[in-house]
Design a protein around this ligand. Structure first.
Ligand SMILES: Cc1ncc(COP(=O)(O)O)c(C=O)c1O
Length: 470
């Protein structure tokens, strides 16, 4: 007895422990552009070292950090490097990472102003900065959640509260049983997390009124059903495959006349509103009622930064309300009223740092450069034998070659080769290679090197196929 706490106190006062963690992190970052993007078999096999029974006695903090680096680091996917193009995974800005490190030392619970005046102030500042940067209405409310998934749940919960309140129904008190109907309208290309939110909130996926899309995956406004004030429309800024943006102006005008709620899922695309050159994509987007976005995609904050934004502050706060005898209410912002969680990470630290390190012009430059790199892919890939399937309006490129089997084999070969990482998807029934440029570290040379890897994989596969054909 007592030994554990003696050790903990020693480790608390041992600055070399945190220096060691930082040294491992620095070594990791230094190697991230030269290693295989996807870990090799040996590194993955090495993870079996972690599969031990829970030890009876604790391990020293130095050993823990060393084990994580020795076993864990080699088996990570090098998403922080410049040649990871899977999912829509952003990089990390140096200032945002450094701010997270400092913020982790603070270990603040930002639920209430009284728990962290610093973080409450940072959230307040970010709320103003983000709505100003994206041209959203003054007094737009913002909550910081883990990512777009939860931001969408939060926004749709706010919409549910408001649309039912408008019909004289208090959903918090009376629930959904016997409630007036809410009509759910979204495009056939809506993201899976929107469907997940609809299911989680008890609306029922079978109740969705689906709207057809054009050849870029944009909702067709002339296919909208007649709208009324029980409608919840879900649009997207950035189709997860093609990067296309729904036609906000046409839809939002109709929705405003009908008194419907419009939510925009802008997980990675909302930031286009900070780019004057891309204003055509986001025209009319500010007319919506709520928006969701990630910091950890286009803005390149570390993970766990989702933003829910709405012009209807009351609806958000009512939908996410919480009370307790012991709660110390602040005169200023109490963050837990804007998120489903009570206790959570101080996400505003790195969001604030990212916005501060970039500034208004830096966000524009970052988003523009991701688009430029995507355009470079679209320009170089046809010479390598590929066909680009989408209009590259943002950061996404969809590519095919020959047939579905060939492109799947190219994707597999590219993933194994380790120069870069791309995933596959399906686009109007055809298998495609899906490239998402989302990291500030991606250079023009990274793109060319990745195209070379794709070209040589295609050449080899075509060579083998010719060789095998009768
Ligand atoms: C359009 C869109 N919406 C929502 C999400 C979900 O975001 P998150 O993974 O941060 O929850 C994604 C993820 O890629 C996305 O692309």
């Amino acid at each position: 007895m007592g030994e554990l706490f003696d050790r903990l106190r020693e480790e608390r006062d041992d600055a070399s422990l945190r220096e060691r963690a930082l040294a491992h992190g620095t070594a990791y970052l230094e190697g991230v552009d030269t290693r295989s993007v996807y870990p090799g078999d040996a590194a993955i096999d090495g993870l079996s070292a972690l599969r031990e029974a829970l030890p009876t006695h604790g391990t020293s903090a130095h050993d823990i950090v060393d084990t994580l680096h020795a076993v864990g680091s080699p088996a990570t996917v090098a998403q922080l490097g410049g040649r990871y193009f899977g999912m829509v995974n952003g990089g990390v800005l140096p200032a945002a990472l450094a701010a997270r490190l400092l913020g982790d030392h603070w270990d603040q619970n930002p639920a209430l102003y009284a728990l962290s005046p610093t973080v409450a102030t940072l959230e307040d500042v970010c709320e103003n900065w983000v709505s100003d940067l994206l041209g959203l209405p003054a007094d737009t409310a913002m909550g910081l959640v883990s990512g777009s998934s939860l931001a969408i749940v939060s926004a749709l919960a706010a919409a549910r509260w408001r649309l039912l309140q408008n019909q004289g129904w208090d959903v918090n008190a009376s629930g959904l049983g016997g409630a007036p109907a809410i009509r759910l309208i979204t495009s056939r290309h809506t993201h899976g997390t929107v469907k997940k939110a609809i299911a989680m909130l008890g609306f029922g996926l079978d109740c969705i009124e689906w709207v057809d899309v054009d050849d870029q995956g944009r909702l067709k406004p002339d296919c909208l059903p007649p709208l009324d004030d029980s409608c919840l429309l879900m649009l997207q800024a950035g189709n997860v495959n093609s990067g296309a943006f729904d036609p906000f102006e046409a839809v939002c005008e109709q929705a405003a006349e009908a008194g419907a709620w419009v939510h925009v899922d802008g997980a990675f695309g909302l930031w286009a509103a900070a780019c004057p050159a891309m204003s055509a994509l986001t025209e009319g987007m500010a007319m919506a009622t709520s928006w969701s976005a990630d910091g950890h995609k286009t803005l390149n904050t570390p993970y766990d930064t989702g933003l829910v934004l709405t012009r209807d502050r009351d609806a958000l706060v009512n939908a996410l309300q919480l009370s307790g005898e012991y709660v110390v209410w602040g005169d200023a912002r109490d963050n837990m009223l804007y998120t489903p969680e009570m206790s959570r990470r101080a996400r505003a630290v790195e969001l604030w740092a990212a916005l501060k390190t970039l500034g208004r012009s830096g966000v524009d430059e970052l988003v523009t450069s991701l688009h430029d790199r995507a355009m470079q892919f679209a320009q170089e890939l046809p010479d390598a034998g590929f066909e680009v399937m989408n209009e590259v309006v943002y950061n996404q490129v969809l590519v095919r070659a020959d047939d579905g089997d060939t492109i799947d084999r190219v994707i597999d070969a590219v993933q194994r080769n380790g120069v870069c990482w791309v995933g596959g998807s399906s686009w109007f029934g055809q298998r495609v290679m899906r490239i998402s440029v989302c990291n500030w570290r991606t250079t023009s040379a990274d793109v060319s090197r990745s195209v070379e890897a794709m070209a040589s994989a295609l050449k080899r596969i075509r060579g083998n196929l010719t060789h095998l054909s009768p």
